[in-house]
Design a protein around this ligand. Structure first.
Ligand SMILES: [Ca+2]
Ligand SMILES: [Ca+2]
Length: 245
């Protein structure tokens, strides 16, 4: 009897392990990019998004870094053009939208289009990286979208436009030449406010010396601290004291 009971228990344990190894089947999970031969990022096959595309005026450029200058945004141990990045917010109220097929134009020339069809939460920060940036674990409340080409943002100043696949203007911004000095992103003085002034993140008093806050609010807190409305739970991160990042 003891032996039979032991075998029964083993069978139960084997079944539990097998169940734990089953792939997730929950609806809405998006396939993630993979690293292929030679380190190239392989984008997943697109899936039909359960949300509409963003429309004109619904996307705010919130922060950008055109001259990494020692900053390693993607965490691959190097600072180079793959660390150039844009941070966006959505002005869609509570409605999720996607940016699939949207095109980034630099000085009027199409630089590439956004691949992948992830539905984006308007209370999240959206990190737009180039095609060869390393895969990055962003802070809670930050979602990555990826261009299908390098960003190649000129240091000498340029006009940036993001347009929908139907050529609707999502945002336009003319940034100034980078004139040297310590590397810093430029950010809206008020997160998510498309009318707010631009400032170097490094010079922002509430930034406490951070050179960028890509994927975070200006004060270094997760997106819920600056973009949430209607009582979104910020959890333990709601402490307004900067973390010292
Ligand atoms: Ca890097
Ligand atoms: Ca930020």
């Amino acid at each position: 009897m003891v032996r039979n009971g032991w075998v029964f228990g083993l069978l139960l344990l084997t079944g539990a392990c097998h169940a734990a190894l089953e792939p997730p089947t929950a609806a809405g999970l998006q396939p993630l990019p993979q690293i292929g031969a030679g380190g190239a990022v392989v984008l997943p096959d697109p899936v039909s998004p359960a949300c509409r595309p963003a429309s004109a005026g619904e996307v705010v450029l919130n922060e950008y870094l055109v001259r990494p200058g020692g900053l390693d945004i993607d965490g691959d141990g190097k600072s180079n053009g793959r660390d150039e990045v844009l941070e966006l917010t959505l002005a869609t109220g509570s409605e999720a939208v996607h940016l699939a097929g949207a095109q980034l134009l630099v000085d009027g020339q199409v630089r590439g289009q956004i691949a992948g069809q992830t539905c984006l939460d308007p209370q999240h920060l959206i990190v737009l990286v180039g095609s060869t940036s390393a895969l990055t674990q962003w802070p809670p409340g930050a979602d990555e979208v990826r261009l299908d080409h390098l960003l190649k943002l000129p240091d000498g100043g340029a006009s940036l436009e993001l347009r929908t696949a139907a050529n609707e203007l999502l945002f336009r911004h003319q940034y100034l030449p980078e004139t040297g000095g310590a590397a810093s992103s430029w950010t809206r003085a008020i997160d998510g406010d498309g009318a707010a002034d631009w400032t170097r993140q490094l010079d922002l008093a509430q930034g406490h010396g951070r050179a960028n806050t890509i994927g975070l609010c200006n004060n270094g807190q997760p997106a819920c601290a600056c973009l949430a409305s209607g009582g979104m739970d910020c959890g333990e991160s709601s402490d307004p004291t900067p973390t010292g990042q």
